[in-house]
Design a protein around this ligand. Structure first.
Ligand code: NI
Length: 155
């Protein structure tokens, strides 16, 4: 088990665009494992590779339904709008309301390189949009419509 240091707001790597993964190598598998360890250690519900300084399109999510690992995730379809409260492990101490699509269909690769499609709503849809934004250097604070009092959660 290895825990990465999570970059905080102000670090330019959080604002960079991540590169697609071309080949699933042992290094990518190790990255996935260590990202999950880091997310669980920080009690987050999601983590994107740029948050640990690795500019690859890799995310991990667990909203309480088990670990979801996605490589090169893309949003194929989105529907509706829902406002919900978000935080981020890279922006400690703040939370805000962010409008997101209520439902999304996402496609990516799993750790075996197989195409994986998932239709999500609720917290999972929100987490997917939040983490995929990280891959393009977008933070939830860019999209906050109302700040709320901190409840010390992160993703
Ligand atoms: Ni985040």
């Amino acid at each position: 088990m290895a825990i990465y240091r999570i970059l905080r707001i102000g670090d330019p790597l959080l604002r960079a665009k991540a590169e697609p993964v071309k080949k699933i190598t042992p290094a990518i598998l190790k990255l996935l494992r260590n990202m999950a360890d880091t997310m669980y250690d920080a009690s987050g519900v999601g983590l994107a590779a740029p948050q640990i300084g690795i500019l690859k399109r890799v995310i991990v999510i667990d909203v309480g339904e088990g670990l979801l690992e996605l490589i090169n995730p893309e949003i194929l379809e989105s529907e509706g709008i829902e406002i919900g409260v978000e935080g981020c492990l890279s922006v400690p101490g703040v939370q805000g309301e962010v409008p997101r699509a209520a439902k999304v269909k996402v496609r990516g690769l799993d750790r075996e390189g197989k195409v994986k499609e998932c239709a999500a709503e609720g917290l999972l849809a929100r987490a997917l949009q939040h983490e995929i934004d990280h891959l393009d250097g977008i933070l939830f604070i860019d999209k906050v419509t109302r700040w709320v009092e901190n409840k010390n959660e992160g993703r």
